[in-house]
Design a protein around this ligand. Structure first.
Ligand code: ATP
Ligand code: MG
Length: 771
C-alpha cells in the first residue's frame, strides 16, 4: 500500500479506494471528510486517472488551493496543477468563458459583483420611476438572486402567477419588470452576475446536448465537499455532469447545513441515494480535530435537533479542558476579556497569534473585539470584511481593466468615465445613457459614434468623450501583446490615477498608493504563477477572472501570524486550536430573526454546532449582560445554547445568569406545538429596549459615579474634575478632559476619548467615572 494511505483509518480508506461509482460520505465535523476527498484525488491519479479529467468543487478557493498543495506533496509532482478544482462559481465561470458565445455573450464577459448588480438595480428602479422606499434595491436584488438560484428565469417568472402574486402581496407588483430590465441591461453590458454563473451553466448544459456531452466526457470523476450546502442550481449542474459516468463522490454533514437562507437545500444530501444507481454510503465516526470535551459538548447540542440523520462522533484525543463560559457586564468588557485571555493563554502556552480565532454571529460584533485587541497590541485579521479588491482605489483600476476587455461594461464605464476628472459631467453621462437606451446599444458604442448622432453636447465635451474612447482603444491594442501586470502598470500612469492619488498627501491617500502598489505586486506574482500552468499565459483576462471571484479569504496566504476574526458562517471547514465564540446571547445567537419556526431555530443550532467544532484544544463561550445594538444599550440574556450543552462539559468562569425565558424546547414534543408559539421571547427588534438598571450602571462605572442626572447644582469641582483628568465613559471608554466650560448644571467638558475621539459632554448627564 502506498505510504500516504496509511494516514487514513479504515473507514476513511474505503471511500478513497473505491475508484468508480457513486458514493456519499456522511460524517460529523472533524472526522476527515475533506481529507478523504484530498486523498481520493491523489489515489485516482496514482491509478492512472488523468488529472485533467477530475473535477473537485470546494467551499472556498482557498480550500481548493490547500487541497492542490497537499495532493502535489502526496503524488510528488506538479500534475495537481491541472486538476479542475475550486468553488462552483470559479470553475463554471471558466467553462462559461469557453462557451459564452453559444449563449450570446462575448467570451470576455464581465462578472458583475454584488455592488455592480445592486447599482444596476438601483438605476433601473429610478428609471422606472418606482418608489425607492417600497422597492428597496437590496431587497429586490436578493429576491432576484433567489429566483435565479431556483432557476426561475424572467420567462418562468411571468409564467407563474403564484410568484407574481407573492411579490404583489409584498407590495412589489413590478418586481418582474425590474427583473426583466435588470437581466436585459446586464446582457447588453456583456455582463453576468454571480448567480448567472450557475444559472447560465445550467442553461448551457440543458440547451446544448453536445456541450453537455463534452463536459460529461471530460469530467469523469467528480468530487464535492460541503455537499450539504449546495443550492438547487448547483445540485442540477453536478447531477447533469455526473450523469454519464456516475463517478461521483460527495461528502457532507447534514448537521452543518447553514446556508438555507441563501437557498442551500439540505434535501440534496438526504436524497442523494435516490439520484444515482447503486450508491455506496460511507460513514466516518472518529473525530481527529478536537478534545473529548469539545466533541461531546458538540454532540449534546446537535442532539436537540429533531430533523437530522443519526450519527456517531467520538474521539481518541485527550479529555482536554472543559468549555469555558464567561459573562461580562458590557460588550466592551467582553472584548477586553477575550483580548486578555488570548494574551495570557499565548504567554502561558507559548503559542502564536494565529492559533486563535474569534467567531461571532454578526459582523457588527467585530468592533468591540477589534478595539480591545488593538489596545493590547494584538495583531488580528478580519475575514469577510471588504475584500482587498473592493477598495475604492483598487476598484477604479480594475474598472479600467474591465473596460479594456469589455467596453460594453456599463458599470465600469460609469465608474471611470470621469475619474480622474476629465470634464465629463453627470449631465453628459445621463445623455449618453438615454441615447444608449434609445438605440438599444451599449454606452461605449454611442461614444464611438458621436458623429452620427445628435447628442446635444458642446464640441469641447465631444472631444473629451472621443479622447476617452481613443485612450481605451489604445489600451486594447497594447493588451494584445502585454501581460496583465504590464497593462495595469501602464493604465495607472496613463489615466492619471496615480497622479491623482499622489496629489492627496493625507495618510489615507498614501495608504491608497500603497494599496495600488500592492495590487501591482500581486499582479506580477500572478503573471509568474500563471506562466507555469499549461493552459494559461498571465493575460489580463485571466487576472480579471481571478479577481472577480476573489474573497478576502482567498487573499490569505496563511503566512500571517494574526488572530482570526470572522462570522461563524465563514468558519465552516476551518480549524483553530483556541476558539472564542462571542455574543452568546438570546436574540443574537440564536438570532432574533431566526426564531419563528423550528426549521430556523434548528439552523441556528447547526450554526452553533459548526462554531464549537472549529476548536481543537479549547473553546470559550462569552456573553455580555448589556450590549449596544442599533445604537441603544439593551439588556441581554445568555443564549439558550449554553444551557443546552451538557453541564459536565462546561466550566463557568463567572456564575451563570438566571434565564428569564422558558426552559428549553423539548424536541420530541415540538411537532405538536403551534409554530406561532415557538418564539420564546419577544425579539428586541421593534420593542423598545430596556435601559440598564441603576445597579448595572453602578457596576459599569466601576467607581463611584461622579455625576447624577438630577443634581441641578452639579459642578466640575464637586466631581473633582479638571483639565487633564482621566475619565471613563460607559460607551466611549477612557478619555482625557481637554476643556471645561460653563457652570453649575450647564458645565460641559470637552473630552478626547481613545475610542470616540473628541466629544463635548454635559457633565450633568455624562456617565463618567474618574480614573
Ligand atoms: P469539517 O466537517 O469541519 O469540514 P472534516 O470532516 O472535513 O471536518 P477534516 O478537516 O478533513 O475533517 O479533518 C479534521 C482534522 O483531522 C484535520 O486536521 C485532519 O488533518 C485531521 N485528520 C483527519 N483524518 C485523520 C487521520 N486519519 N489521522 C490523523 N489526522 C486526521
Ligand atoms: Mg471539511
Amino acid at each position: 500500500m502506498q505510504e500516504y494511505l496509511e494516514q487514513l483509518n479504515d473507514a476513511q480508506l474505503a471511500p478513497v479506494l473505491q475508484k468508480d461509482g457513486a458514493m456519499i460520505v456522511i460524517a460529523g465535523a472533524g472526522s476527515g471528510k475533506t481529507r478523504v476527498l484530498t486523498y481520493r484525488i491523489a489515489y485516482l491519479m496514482s491509478q492512472g486517472v488523468d488529472s485533467f479529467s477530475i473535477l473537485a468543487l470546494t467551499f472556498t478557493n482557498k480550500a481548493a488551493r490547500e487541497m492542490k498543495k497537499r495532493i502535489s506533496q502526496i503524488v510528488g509532482s506538479s500534475e495537481a496543477k491541472n486538476l479542475w478544482m475550486g468553488t462552483f462559481h470559479s470553475v463554471f465561470a471558466k467553462i462559461l468563458r469557453f462557451e459564452a458565445e453559444r449563449l450570446g455573450y462575448p467570451s470576455n464577459f464581465t462578472i458583475y459583483d454584488t455592488q455592480d448588480s445592486q447599482s444596476v438595480i438601483r438605476a433601473t428602479i429610478k428609471e422606472m420611476q418606482l418608489d425607492k422606499d417600497i422597492y428597496k434595491y437590496k431587497q429586490v436584488y436578493s429576491r432576484i438572486s433567489s429566483y435565479k438560484n431556483s432557476l426561475i428565469t424572467v420567462k418562468a417568472y411571468f409564467a407563474n402567477p403564484e410568484l407574481m402574486e407573492a411579490d404583489a402581496m409584498a407590495k412589489m407588483p413590478r418586481l418582474g419588470d425590474i427583473y426583466k430590465n435588470y437581466v436585459d441591461r446586464c446582457f447588453k453590458a456583456g455582463a453576468m452576475d454571480f448567480d448567472d454563473l450557475l444559472l447560465k451553466t445550467n442553461e448551457l448544459l440543458t440547451r446544448f446536448p453536445d456541450v453537455l456531452a463534452k463536459y460529461q466526457n471530460r469530467f469523469r470523476y467528480i468530487l464535492v465537499d460541503e455537499y450539504q450546502d449546495t443550492n438547487h442550481s448547483q445540485y442540477l449542474i453536478v447531477r447533469a455532469l455526473s450523469d454519464r459516468f456516475q463517478n461521483i463522490c460527495v461528502v457532507g454533514d447534514d448537521a452543518q447545513s447553514i446556508y438555507a437562507f441563501r437557498g442551500a437545500n439540505i434535501n440534496n444530501i438526504l436524497n442523494f441515494q435516490k439520484d444515482y444507481e447503486d450508491v455506496r454510503v460511507y460513514r466516518l465516526e472518529q473525530n481527529y480535530r478536537s478534545t473529548k470535551n469539545i466533541v461531546n459538548a458538540a454532540n449534546s447540542i446537535i442532539e436537540k435537533n429533531k430533523n437530522r440523520l443519526d450519527k456517531v462522533v467520538w474521539t481518541a484525543n485527550d479529555e482536554g479542558n472543559k468549555i469555558k463560559v464567561n459573562r461580562t457586564m458590557t460588550d466592551g468588557d467582553e472584548g477586553r476579556f477575550v483580548a486578555s485571555s488570548i494574551f495570557e493563554t499565548m504567554m502561558n502556552h507559548q503559542l502564536k497569534y494565529d492559533d486563535f480565532a474569534i467567531l461571532y454571529r454578526t459582523n457588527a460584533q467585530s468592533r468591540a473585539m477589534e478595539d480591545a485587541l488593538r489596545k493590547k497590541d494584538i495583531p488580528y485579521r478580519i475575514y469577510g470584511g471588504l475584500s482587498f479588491y473592493q477598495r475604492k482605489e483598487i476598484k477604479d483600476v480594475i474598472a479600467y481593466l474591465r473596460l479594456i476587455l469589455n467596453p460594453k461594461d456599463e458599470e465600469a464605464l460609469k465608474r471611470v468615465i470621469n475619474y480622474p476628472a476629465r470634464g465629463i459631467g453627470d449631465t453628459t453621462l445621463e445623455k449618453l445613457i438615454v441615447a444608449a437606451n434609445h438605440y438599444n446599444r451599449p454606452v461605449f458604442e454611442v461614444m464611438q459614434n458621436l458623429d452620427k448622432i445628435d447628442l446635444k453636447v458642446n464640441s469641447g465635451t465631444k472631444t473629451k468623450l472621443q479622447d476617452f474612447v481613443t485612450m481605451i482603444q489604445s489600451f486594447q491594442v497594447l493588451n494584445q501583446n502585454y501581460n496583465a501586470f504590464e497593462i495595469a502598470e501602464h493604465v495607472t500612469k496613463k489615466t492619471g490615477l496615480l497622479t491623482e492619488l499622489k496629489k492627496d498627501g493625507t495618510p489615507e491617500g498614501i495608504a491608497r498608493i500603497e494599496n495600488l502598489e500592492e495590487l501591482l505586486n500581486g499582479m506580477r506574482d500572478f503573471v509568474e504563477e500563471q506562466k507555469e500552468l499549461a493552459d494559461a499565459t498571465g493575460a489580463l483576462s485571466e487576472f480579471l477572472e481571478d479577481v472577480a471571484l476573489a474573497t478576502d479569504m482567498d487573499n490569505d496566504k496563511g503566512d500571517d501570524n494574526k488572530v482570526a476574526l470572522m462570522t461563524v458562517h465563514l468558519a465552516k471547514g476551518l480549524e483553530f486550536p483556541y476558539v472564542y465564540i462571542v455574543g452568546m446571547e438570546e436574540d443574537l445567537f440564536p438570532s432574533a430573526m431566526s426564531m419563528n419556526t423550528r426549521a430556523e431555530l434548528e439552523e441556528e443550532r447547526r450554526l452553533f454546532y459548526v462554531a464549537i467544532t472549529r476548536a481543537e484544544k479549547q473553546a470559550f463561550l462569552t456573553y455580555a449582560q448589556t450590549r449596544y445594538r442599533w445604537g441603544k444599550l439593551i439588556d441581554a440574556e445568555p443564549s439558550r445554547f449554553i444551557e443546552e450543552i451538557d453541564d459536565s462539559y462546561l466550566e463557568y468562569l463567572t456564575p451563570i445568569t438566571e434565564h428569564k425565558y422558558k426552559p428549553l424546547i423539548d424536541s420530541d414534543i415540538f411537532d405538536d406545538i403551534d409554530k406561532s408559539k415557538l418564539r420564546l421571547r419577544k425579539p428586541s427588534a421593534g420593542t423598545p429596549p430596556k435601559g440598564p438598571t441603576e445597579a448595572q450602571l453602578q457596576k459599569l462605572r466601576r467607581l463611584k459615579p461622579v455625576t447624577s442626572s438630577t443634581d441641578k447644582n452639579f459642578s466640575a469641582e464637586d466631581a473633582n474634575l479638571s483639565v487633564g483628568s482621566m475619565v471613563e465613559h460607559v460607551r466611549f471608554g477612557i478619555g482625557k478632559i481637554v476643556k471645561i466650560e460653563g457652570v453649575g448644571a450647564d458645565t460641559k467638558a470637552e473630552i478626547n476619548f481613545e475610542n470616540g475621539g473628541l466629544k463635548k459632554l454635559l457633565l450633568r448627564f455624562a456617565k463618567l467615572s474618574v480614573i
